[in-house]
Design a binder for this molecule. Sequence first.
Ligand SMILES: Nc1ncnc2c1ncn2[C@@H]1O[C@H](COP(=O)(O)OP(=O)(O)O)[C@@H](O)[C@H]1O
Ligand SMILES: [Mg+2]
Length: 240
Amino acid sequence: MNNSDQLVLNEVSTVYGRNRMLDKVSIRVAPGECVSLLGSNGAGKSTVIKAILGLVTIVEGEILFEGEEITGNPTYGTIRSGVSIVPEGKRVFPKMTVHENLLMGAFKEPKSVNLDERFEKVFEHFPRLAERKQQLAGTLSGGEQSMLTIGRGLMGDPRLIIFDEPSLGLAPVLVQQTFEIIRKINEGGTTVFLVEQNAYMTLEISHRGYFLQKGQIIAGGTPEELKRMDTIRKAYFGEA
Ligand SMILES: Nc1ncnc2c1ncn2[C@@H]1O[C@H](COP(=O)(O)OP(=O)(O)O)[C@@H](O)[C@H]1O
Ligand SMILES: [Mg+2]
């Protein structure tokens, strides 16, 4: 473990009832990095996010954010300390406008915060949302709803933003756009922890990545290092 890491999971194990799900998972993310967590359906990727947010039972190990232990802390505390989460699927509030949905991403902010600047930043990434500020979120297209979910995550001005499978259910052209936006968010200085199944595209924008299989980390490294590993190449890149 390196003291300068922003997010650290140190040998974290979790259970669902009696079933052990994560088994001694260790991950570290340095400030400014884009680090991905890859693995197939059911590997335990979302469980890693739930562990960070205090939503599952941790039976072993510790989690630190910016040097402070947050193991098992309530979700709101971790979010208040500078973490945003963009959940799986297009989780918008359908009966609320685009503007109101975005406000929900900043509900915890003190009055002194200039929300206009936050809105401007979000609309720079997503001009389409600016045009549709007063439209009900439920009437947006799937791609627009996905933009709105990301925009809401940005409204809290996080230092670390966590994405859970942002490409899920999106048409290929939208996947490309979404990854481009995630890259820009990261280039703007926000640390990114990107959970995905799509290893190929994800590693294109990642500084480092980890592979999770049946609750265990089976490999970690730079994209080049990972692509050179036989087991990873065969299982996740469909190469012989
Ligand atoms: N609340 C829960 N209770 C019991 N089992 C769960 C629960 N949530 C997820 N699981 C199980 O844990 C495993 C990992 O799930 P998950 O972390 O969602 O995987 P991934 O995000 O990689 O697809 C799956 O087998 C899933 O069925
Ligand atoms: Mg998942």
